[in-house]
Design a binder for this molecule. Structure first.
Ligand code: ADP
Length: 475
């Protein structure tokens, strides 16, 4: 009798375990809790969908939270107040041509037209920005908005809070390993398989849609070397360790097309030890110049990022310094670093004279003095005949002590290639057809930035396409 009871118990337990391990079901499943994922989740949930975000790391934010957080959007009112002429056509032109015409123009149009509404949406949800418009590194035009909160924390705070308010469930330490599609290369994508921290396998179904928002692959040395053999393990990166690109691969496994995978951006402002972007004494190009270890300027500091990086790569020891004076200091900088801390940590050097600064950084004093004097002369003339820096970045001389130097090296920053999407953020397969039920946004996608991304456009991208993806996935 006892034995019978035990067997009965076992059967009941087994049944319950199986039932508990059955698929979870939501209207929308979002892969990745970075910027694009949280924006998409918010969009879907605010329209009444039940939404889950699956994040493989133990933290939210991905590369977004580590970025400078700045966003490009044509915003006529504050721009006019600063005498800046701009238009969405000009933003289109800079973005498209700044990526060597390799982007999909329809996506670029969607990006630039959606930029201001996206910024407004975030402001409505509690984002705080400074009124002054500036120019992000390699943004090519002053249409960059700077956040009050450091780095990308403002975006993640706003969209975590908005997502929570709209009822989004967030599961960290849960890695998506594959997509579920009705047929291997046909039919609807109806969910994902994932693994949690304890190694449990989960199957999560999406009644309406899956949003792939898993970011790029800048932290995956093997994958990035496959696309650019020069970017080996010694090349530093700004990326968080979870930027390993498997969202792209698993989407390819169910038929998705990719584009531009070889377009990998290096940022000219890498910290020589950390590889990230923190630690600089001055944030915006209006306020600084670059010099090489010989104390000489070598590039238009307002150029495209790829041009700046090529400039550094052509210099002795392939490194440089950002040079600014007291008036050019950003304290705190956009990453929240305070100048005193940077000086104490020897990440920035200070000199009461340029000669003193030159000595501290091991650069010939006479050369640095001559370079800065020449630059000041060009500012006063209003034309950079030496390197062609545009007038809207040639406004501030470097002559008020103390002077500062921040050492910088190129660092892997953004992978512009990824999943092919249309302007509705639907993922396209290798036959050129929409994959029903699968949407994508953010760094996991390709075709928006071409060969080179403008500084400040990634945050525009996650906001514009994240919102579109979430909205359409919820339909
Ligand atoms: P984006 O700027 O496009 O939003 P982020 O790098 O900010 O990109 O965010 C992408 C997020 O996706 C990161 O938090 C990353 O850890 C997460 N992620 C990447 N791959 C997976 C995966 N397989 N499963 C769950 N989350 C993932």
């Amino acid at each position: 009798m006892k034995k019978l009871l035990l067997v009965a118990c076992l059967i009941v337990c087994l049944f319950h375990t199986c039932a508990a391990a059955g698929p979870l079901e939501y209207d929308v499943v979002v892969v990745g809790g970075g910027g694009a994922g949280l924006v998409a989740a918010t969009a879907a949930a605010e329209q009444g969908s039940s939404v889950i975000v699956l994040e493989k790391m133990s933290y939210l934010g991905g590369n977004t939270i580590r970025s400078g957080g700045v966003i490009n959007a044509v915003d006529p009112e504050p721009q006019k107040a600063q005498g800046i002429e701009d238009s969405t056509d000009l933003h289109f032109k800079h973005t498209y041509e700044g990526g060597d015409n390799k982007a999909n123009p329809e996506l670029v149009r969607t990006l630039v037209e959606g930029a201001l509404p996206a910024l407004q949406r975030a402001l409505d949800r509690g984002l705080k920005i400074y009124p002054e418009i500036t120019t992000a590194t390699g943004a090519l035009w002053p249409r960059t908005h700077r956040l009050v909160e450091p780095a990308g924390t403002g975006w993640i705070r706003v969209y975590s809070e908005s997502a929570a308010k709209a009822g989004v469930e967030i599961r960290k330490d849960t890695k998506v390993v594959s997509l579920l599609r009705e047929e291997p290369l046909a039919g609807r994508v109806y969910g994902v398989k994932a693994v949690d921290k304890a190694g449990n396998e989960l199957e999560i179904h999406a009644r309406r849609g899956v949003v792939m928002a898993s970011g790029g692959f800048g932290a995956d040395v093997k994958l990035r070397m496959q696309h650019n053999p020069a970017l080996g393990p010694d090349t530093p990166t700004t990326n968080h360790p979870g930027a390993t690109g498997e969202g792209i691969i698993m989407s390819q496994d169910i038929g998705a097309a990719v584009t531009g995978m070889d377009f990998i951006q290096l940022h000219p402002h890498g910290d020589p030890k950390l590889g990230d972007l923190t630690g600089r004494a001055s944030d915006f190009v209006q306020k600084y110049i670059y010099v090489n270890i010989e104390g000489k300027r070598f590039v238009n500091e307002a150029e495209r990022r790829d041009v700046q990086v090529a400039g550094i790569m052509a210099q002795p020891e392939t490194r440089m310094f950002i040079i600014n004076d007291k008036n050019g200091v950003s304290d705190p900088n956009i990453f929240g670093d305070h100048l005193d801390d940077l000086l104490a940590a020897d990440r920035v050097q200070q000199g009461d004279t340029l000669a003193e600064l030159a000595e501290k950084i091991g650069v010939p004093a006479a050369a640095l003095e001559a370079t800065v004097a020449r630059y000041n002369e060009l500012v006063k003339q209003g034309k950079d005949v030496d390197f062609g820096r545009p007038e809207n970045t040639l406004q501030q001389t470097i002559e008020t002590p103390p002077f500062y130097a921040t050492p910088r090296v190129p660092t892997v920053h953004h992978t512009m290639g990824g999943l092919v999407i249309n302007k509705e953020a639907q993922v396209i397969d290798r036959r050129g057809e929409v994959i029903p039920g699968l949407f994508a946004a953010g760094e996991v996608t390709g075709g928006i930035h071409g060969t080179n991304r403008l500084g400040g456009n990634a945050i525009t991208d996650i906001n514009v396409f994240g919102w579109i993806a979430g909205t359409n996935a919820a339909k």
